[in-house]
Design a protein around this ligand. Sequence first.
Ligand code: DAH
Length: 342
Amino acid sequence: MREKINTLLSEVEGFKAENKEQLENFRISLLGSKGKIKGLFADFKNVPNEEKKEVGQLINDLKDKAQDKFDEFKAQIEGAGVNFNNNEQDLSRTPFPLEVGSRHPISIVRNEIIDIFSRIGFTVSEGPEIEDDWHNFSALNFPPEHPARDMQDTFFVKSESGDIALRTHTSSVQVRIMENSKPPIRTLSPGRVYRNEAISARAHCFFHQVEGLYIAEDVSFADLKQTLLYFAKEMFGEETEIRLRPSYFPFTEPSAEMDVSCSVCSGKGCNVCKYTGFLEILGCGMVDPNVLENCGIDSKKYTGFAFGMGIERIAMLKYKVNDLRLYSEGDIRFLEQFKSAL
Ligand code: DAH
């Protein structure tokens, strides 16, 4: 009896299964209802009484070992065919709970702006961040002596011609679009821009803008106003009012700056709007005919409007952020607050 048990024990210990079939044979031959271990229990009655306790123990140990062996290979064989659609079996997964990241507030607001304008037919266009003088300044009617071209404002990139710079605004993308397509044009250009500014709570050397451009026959200033009113209400709420103040940009005539009623005090006056009831959010105007001509568009046939806004500024108003530097410092405590805004 003991010999039999020992033989089976070494059989169990030396057992290896490479596939389901071998494992199943092992189970039937040892653990099955007609298996060898069952057979041992049947022979047990012939064991002398004084040995029963010890032999019984040996058989039970053998049975446990066989069961462990079976379980071990079962897990191995099933694990090899992991079903990755079933997360519970994917052993390569990181342990729960999985921390879900959050979208950056600039991306959230950029996507929202695109979403609002795409509902009225605007597409999205992109252009390079390293620009030449023509696209960033000359085609946009900037006179040669304009202060924006100065080293004080613009980051120049070393080049043989000396006229390559980091774009100072996304208006450069308007030029590229007008040069390369025919009206009607209705597009937005979101992107990063650079200016040589000292970094502070209110200024940064890089930030993000969205440029809007609409060129077709008979586009009027009234179209511009209505488009911007629609945008302001979608972005800041139905009760939002807008105010256009005359301004100057080289590439638009007439030009204006747009304010929205302060959402903190509903226009009554508070420290956020400096007691004016309004907050400035963008520049806009009718595209100057010179700019249309510079880009190969017939200014007698077509008119258009353009606008440009800073995404950081809109996000600051929407989320009450009071320091521009927070956007680029990567502080998890700041970023985590935008989880629900995904
Ligand atoms: N490019 C201007 C800036 O960076 C913003 C701007 C103003 C864009 C008026 C426009 C516009 O298209 O019409 O300050």
